[in-house]
Design a protein around this ligand. Structure first.
Ligand SMILES: [Ca+2]
Ligand SMILES: [Ca+2]
Length: 529
């Protein structure tokens, strides 16, 4: 528009004929008419950190029309940066647009469960919006504490674009309660300038007897971690290390262990459960596949960076994302952190599926089966944070508007490019390499590597779903405690996992055998679909 007006000004400096003047007048009138709606509308792209605007009931323009002045919403979320970051950012925007006031309570993961559940259990209406891990859905959705999604959400394009594999996470039984905000899985991110560099190939082959490549198995992962540990292989004057992993017991250690166990323990021809044998609900976490994974994890500690034996997710994001290590088998966040605009290792990373294994435990025959072509069992770890509105909320419409706005396409697309936010692909467009090259500045090779890794993981027939059953937190804590004890050298892997399995069995009977069995059956039903 400015350009055209400039053209007009220049033209008016010339000696003008009547017809030129008339043309100019008409042009001016047309210009003015065209400008009016633009002036009346806020330019959200200039005002807010978004790539563009999107239409729909939760868009910036539609939410801007709402007047929620006098209304206060109480929201609970994880402490920043993961989830808390985007919640606080978009709460502030929602306040500006609608006049509502939003109190955001942001707490560490170790406190989130109690803070969310206590008001439910004591029947106090503490929150209008909650943001919680999907594995707590058995307690929260299954407990009947959430309001089902309004038709307005279910008819919106931002709901329609959620890919199928993540839709199940939003419901419990036959009702849909979750406003999608995230899509999670584990995959392998690695440093291209280490692993793809020709100069390190001969020495690696000499030492290990095979070509250096992005590790395809956990054994290869070990070798690559060892090879790139404790020396300055990127020439920046500082040492790098092998691998960043989540090792803090009361943070995300459970998921770091399960991604390792999956290809050893999920045999493609043995159905009926990964965490439990579903018919008897016998815990499988002390079977040889899991024991092997724990032995591997004890070994890999030698190739962690300083402090790496007590890393949370945030630590890992800044460790791998900050260029400290060669390998990162984890969620997207550390990889995206490495790919952010100001990152010194931007486009020096790439992605592929999580490592597999050349053997898998067959619990039908009670023996290891060999997989010379590698058994893959990618882990849909976590699955994605869920947002919902408690039934006790007195401002449900405003609360759903806030959650819809928080995850509208404009906010979501921008959030996808901020590693520490923990917002990851779950809508069809998010899997397009073009989005990542155009909006996030990825090299085409990295955009392809990333989106292929996501697709190959999510679509894999032997994928492992997370443990989404009531009392999830009890199982997570029991297993993480056992793994942690063994990593610290206090217990042998088998002994630690036997103890955890016994604990799991007790939890199942305490929470309710039949209920647990039917909840786990729902996950087993998703296998191979
Ligand atoms: Ca270095
Ligand atoms: Ca996430």
């Amino acid at each position: 528009m400015k350009k055209r007006q400039g053209g007009f000004a220049k033209r008016s400096q010339l000696r003008v004929s009547t017809s030129a003047l008339l043309r100019a007048t008409i042009f001016l009138l047309v210009t003015v008419v065209a400008i009016v709606p633009a002036v009346a509308q806020t330019n959200y792209v200039e005002k807010y950190p978004i790539f563009g605007t999107h239409e729909g009931p939760y868009s910036f323009a539609e939410i801007d029309k709402k007047d929620y002045s006098g209304i206060t919403l109480n929201a609970i979320t994880l402490a920043p940066p993961v989830m808390g970051g985007p919640t606080i950012l978009h709460a502030k925007q929602f306040e500006e647009l609608t006049g509502a006031k939003i109190n955001v309570v942001a707490v560490p993961l170790s406190q989130l469960y109690a803070k969310v559940m206590t008001p439910f259990l004591t029947n106090i209406g503490a929150y209008d919006a909650i943001i919680f891990p999907p594995n707590w859905s058995g307690d929260i959705m299954g407990g009947g504490y959430l309001e089902p999604l309004p038709e307005k959400m279910l008819k919106s394009a931002q709901w329609g674009e959620v890919i199928q594999v993540y839709r199940y996470l939003q419901s419990w039984g036959d009702k849909i309660y979750g406003v999608p905000i995230d899509g999670d899985k584990h995959f392998l991110a690695y440093r291209r300038d280490a692993i793809d560099a020709a100069k390190y190939q001969p020495k690696f082959k000499e030492k290990y007897g095979y070509d250096l490549q992005p590790p395809q198995t956990w054994d290869e992962y070990r070798d690559v971690a060892e090879f790139f540990n404790d020396w300055d292989w990127d020439g920046d004057g500082e040492k790098e290390y092998g691998a960043s992993e989540m090792t803090q017991r009361d943070a995300q250690l459970f998921w770091q262990f399960i991604v390792r166990a999956a290809p050893y323990a999920q045999h493609p021809e043995v159905k009926g459960g990964f965490f439990f044998e579903v018919e008897t609900m016998t815990p499988l976490i002390n079977t040889p596949g899991f024991v092997q994974a724990l032995e591997d994890m004890i070994e890999i500690q030698k190739f962690y960076p300083p402090g790496g034996k007590n890393f949370s997710l945030s630590d890992v994001i800044f460790s791998f994302g900050g260029g400290q290590t060669a390998l990162h088998a984890n969620w997207d966040d550390g990889f995206i952190q490495a790919m952010e605009k100001d990152s010194p290792i931007r486009n020096q990373v790439n992605a592929t599926m999580a490592p597999g294994a050349k053997k898998a435990w067959n619990r039908k025959t009670n023996k290891w089966d060999d997989f010379p072509n590698i058994n893959r069992a990618p882990f849909l770890a976590w699955g994605g944070w869920i947002t919902g509105v408690p039934k006790t909320s007195e401002n449900k419409e405003a609360a759903f508007d806030f959650l819809g706005f928080l995850s509208n396409n404009a906010n979501q697309q921008k959030d996808l490019t901020v590693g520490r936010y923990g917002v990851n692909p779950y809508r069809t467009n998010d899997f397009s390499p073009v989005f990542w090259t155009e909006k996030a500045g990825f090299d085409p090779e990295v955009a392809k590597g990333y989106t292929d890794a996501l697709r190959n993981t999510l679509d894999h027939p032997n994928r492992v779903f997370d443990l989404r059953i009531p009392g999830n937190q009890l199982y997570v804590n029991a297993l993480a405690t056992a793994v942690s004890e063994s990593l610290a050298g206090n217990m042998k892997p088998q002994e630690a996992l036997d103890k955890a399995a016994k604990e799991w069995d007790k939890i199942t009977h305490r929470v309710g055998f039949d209920q647990q069995k039917s909840a786990y059956q729902e996950i087993v039903n998703l296998e191979g679909k």
